[in-house]
Design a protein around this ligand. Structure first.
Ligand SMILES: [Zn+2]
Length: 348
């Protein structure tokens, strides 16, 4: 009978006790970890619910003044709201912080509020805030730059160009902004004729060799003949989507025949038969298909500065505000336009 039980001094008994202790410790630490994470989650949830349930600025003011969170934490929270596009909450936090923050952080918080108003589309409010900051701190490049953007979005190009002066004095590179604002000012000037606009745009292009896309998009739209005449062949690839959409009757076959890229592009589109292959995969497929399938090219636009992809062309990236940083990417896609035309013709 005694053989069924382990004796107290039996080494096997010590081993079993050892493993039992390890098991108890492991189980306890697992339980404690789960309990702690659940408690933290509940606390965080409760804390965040306060913000979701905020109904007025007063409540937020009370919360900020209660000092449960430091000013830095509130700024971080507002920044995360800004990143996620919840500008309303972001504005509420900055506005409340401005009523209690110290003088040191006042200017910075005011700028952040102005930037949020700008992002949210409240341009007039953003303008007033930036002007207020600049009243006492005129040499603040970041604020000047956002004021320039506000004027640009408001289509007040004269004021935007005026903002470039102090930026130039602060040794900031304003060459792209200058050409861009002058182009926009010309394009939106209702008092000058199309001929005058094209003349001014071409002059800007010849002097700067910037904003090729913006200028040639307008030229190909209003005067394709003039656009072909001034087209720099080395820039053709930059304008591939504009060239792809040029009307067949407006094509300049002499210029196309002389340029390798244009030969491939228009052979892929099916207007000419001047190329048998292309180094661009999408062109190569279309050249080999020879219109046997309803396929075409879709263009996407990538900002080379911040890598954001847009489904439409842009001149100034709305994300990083860089100018002339659009790079075109091609994708083969179904040609719905051709399908639609064929369907319509079959009914005739
Ligand atoms: Zn960008």
């Amino acid at each position: 009978m005694n053989g069924l039980f382990l004796e107290f001094r039996d080494p096997l008994f010590s081993v079993i006790i050892f493993f039992v202790i390890i098991f108890v410790i492991a189980f306890f630490s697992y339980w404690w970890g789960t309990f702690k994470s659940k408690r933290d989650y509940r606390h965080l949830n409760k804390f965040l619910k306060q913000f979701n349930a905020l109904s007025s600025d007063n409540e937020l003011n009370v919360l900020i003044r209660a000092g449960e969170l430091s000013e830095k934490s509130w700024l971080l929270l507002a920044h995360s709201y800004f990143k996620s596009g919840d500008y309303e909450k972001c504005i509420t936090i900055y506005s409340a912080l401005l009523q209690s923050c110290n003088e040191e952080n006042y200017k910075e918080t005011l700028f952040l509020l102005g930037r949020t108003y700008f992002k949210a589309g409240f341009l007039e409010r953003a303008k007033q805030i930036f002007l207020e900051i600049l009243k006492n701190n005129p040499r603040t490049p970041q604020v000047l730059y956002y004021l320039l953007l506000v004027y640009e979005y408001m289509r007040d190009y004269k004021s935007a160009l005026e903002v470039l002066e102090p930026l130039k004095e602060l040794h900031k590179d304003i060459s792209a902004d200058t050409v861009y604002l002058k182009c926009l000012s010309t394009l939106h000037d209702t008092k000058i004729s199309i001929e005058e606009k094209t003349k001014r745009l071409l002059k800007l292009y010849e002097n700067s060799h910037q904003l090729t896309y913006l200028i040639f998009e307008y030229l190909f739209r209003v005067n394709p003949e003039l656009a072909w005449k001034h087209l720099d062949n080395s820039q053709s690839e930059l304008l591939s989507d504009i060239l792809w959409h040029v009307d067949k009757k407006d094509l300049d076959l002499d210029i196309i025949a002389k340029n390798g890229y244009l030969r491939e592009l228009y052979t892929a589109r099916g207007d000419v038969d001047l190329a048998t292959k292309s180094s661009i995969f999408e062109f190569d497929i279309l050249i080999n298909l020879k219109k046997k399938a309803s396929a075409t090219i879709r263009f996407d636009y990538v900002c080379t500065s911040c890598k954001r992809v847009y489904p439409f062309a842009f001149y100034r990236c709305t994300n990083c505000h860089a100018i002339d940083t659009s790079r075109i990417e091609y994708t083969l896609t179904k040609d719905y336009h051709r399908d639609f035309s064929e369907e319509n013709n079959s009914f005739q």
